[in-house]
Design a protein around this ligand. Sequence first.
Ligand code: SF4
Ligand code: F3S
Ligand code: FES
Length: 247
Amino acid sequence: MGYKAKFRVWRGDAGKGELKDYTVEVNEGEVVLDVIHRLQATEAPDLAVRWNCKAGKCGSCSAEVNGRPRLMCMTRMSTFDEDETVTVTPMRTFPVIRDLVTDVSYNYQKAREVPSFDGGDVKPGEFRMQQVDVERSQEFRKCIECYLCNNTCHVIRDHEENKEHFAGPRFLMRVAELEMHPADVADRRQIAQEEFGLGFCNITKCCTEVCPEHIKITDNALIPMKERVVGRRYDPLVWLGSKIGIV
Ligand code: SF4
Ligand code: F3S
Ligand code: FES
């Protein structure tokens, strides 16, 4: 059975904006993105929204629904009471371009800064991976780059000044993936700490909570990476080596 829902949607651009109220039809089985599309088709034809797959796989439709970072296409209207006002705002951590569309180029910048896989002299086919190593990479590779984790992390959410020094959970996870890859010969522990800001992370796990792919970002990437960094710092041989300049 359809009903009329109360929606409050942030409208504006980089300069200024405000929440606007709408009453819009909702049909059975719909998700928040359907309702946003109906708004575009009726009362708000100029409403800007980014989306692509409507199947939770492209990572484009990230926003905040009633203050919670969500994919709009995966947020069912049936999770709200019919008389509840549903508030949709753009991701807070990234600059607004217009309405629900944010400029996520910070994330692409950080992606470019991660040194790529370094297989050393080993040729494809010359090494074997254990299943546990395959599965670890596969978990991290489920990422759809929705950036909800980076949007949520308190280190940058309200601290623009930290962005330069912090890659966010998504790209710390990428550094960890490469560091833990058995065929990657680069030592990424120092750059993780010093260039990508691993030390800023105090394992609050908010990134893990919002990940639509249910990747255990904190437990499987960030904490093991922190353990490796600590291992490097407090290993007496590494300490001695660093003093005489060989590690
Ligand atoms: Fe999105 Fe999860 Fe990837 Fe972060 S790790 S960008 S929350 S899919
Ligand atoms: Fe931020 Fe996730 Fe660490 S939310 S503080 S990167 S555990
Ligand atoms: Fe692709 Fe929502 S539209 S994840």
